[in-house]
Write a protein that binds this ligand. Structure first.
Ligand code: NAP
Length: 239
């Protein structure tokens, strides 16, 4: 499918996978709406993408874990873009600790961002896609949504939930020509992984944010009559 002149909103676009996805889509000529909490990251990326690829790039600083902020950002960006063909639900946080030892506020904030934030953003985007009778939604889950591990109770719960929500939504909207995909990367060499203390090993051999962006492009470029339901992407040999 040709992506040129399509419109996309990416959450968590300031760093890591979201930033790499923004770069890949801009190279394809996609006009972008970018969301993250840190305005400076968004402004820098906006200047880079506008300058290098000549696409329209709109930004909205918002915390997607807060419903009003998520709704305001989506409303603003959809108005500016004039349509919404692609939504990439990528914003997420991670931290790990034993269930009984993690502060409830920390546990809640992981669920509130990774699950509730994804829900708020999707809910705000759907009316436009349903009205258009077309669209693609890609949710960035994780291998942590497929198997639990010690110290991962909050993060795993959030990503298991994102996978369940993604599949349920897919069944709801595929008849309206809307494609819904869940991607489940294993560890990616980003700030999130480093700060959460995930083993990165040899940095050059580890999966990079650009690799996940490549998979996002592949999914989006499939003919509209089909969609990638779920896909995992792993590092070949991290040692
Ligand atoms: P990252 O480098 O930390 O980037 C995360 C981005 O999300 C940043 O731009 C951050 O910007 C934004 N963000 C975080 N919380 C937000 C909020 N409440 N509202 C709006 N924006 C928010 O992380 P990443 O590794 O690229 O992760 C992206 C996604 O991939 C996450 O959903 C993560 O769970 C998933 N994932 C990551 C890995 C991995 O190993 N890295 C593996 C599998 C899946 P601000 O802080 O400025 O808001």
């Amino acid at each position: 499918m040709e992506l040129k002149h399509k419109t996309a909103i990416i959450t968590g676009a300031g760093k890591g996978i979201g930033k790499a996805a923004a770069l890949s889509l801009a190279k394809e000529g996609v006009h972008l709406g970018l969301i993250a909490r840190t305005t400076a990251d968004l402004e820098a990326l906006q200047a880079q993408l506008t300058g290098e690829y000549g696409v329209q790039v709109y930004i909205a600083a918002a915390d997607i874990s807060r419903r009003e902020e998520a709704e305001r950002a989506l409303g603003l960006l959809i108005r500016q873009l004039g349509s919404l063909d692609i939504l990439i639900n990528n914003a997420g946080i991670a931290s790990f600790g034993k269930l009984a030892e993690m502060e409830p506020e920390q546990w809640e904030s992981i669920i509130q961002t990774n699950l509730m934030g994804t829900y708020y953003v999707t809910r705000a985007a759907l009316p436009t896609m349903l009205e258009q009778s077309s669209g693609s939604i890609i949710n960035i889950a994780s291998t942590a949504g497929e198997r639990g591990f010690a110290t991962g109770s909050a993060y795993c719960a959030s990503k298991f939930a994102v996978l369940g929500m993604t599949e349920a939504l897919m069944q709801e909207v595929r008849k309206s020509n809307i494609r819904v995909t869940a991607l489940t990367p294993s560890t990616v060499n980003t700030e999130l992984a480093v700060k959460a203390g995930l083993p990165i090993g040899d940095e050059d051999r580890m999966m990079q944010a650009e690799d996940v962006a490549e998979l996002i492009l592949t999914a989006l470029k499939l003919p509209q009559r089909v969609f990638l339901k779920t896909a995992g992407i792993w590092t070949t040999n991290p040692q």
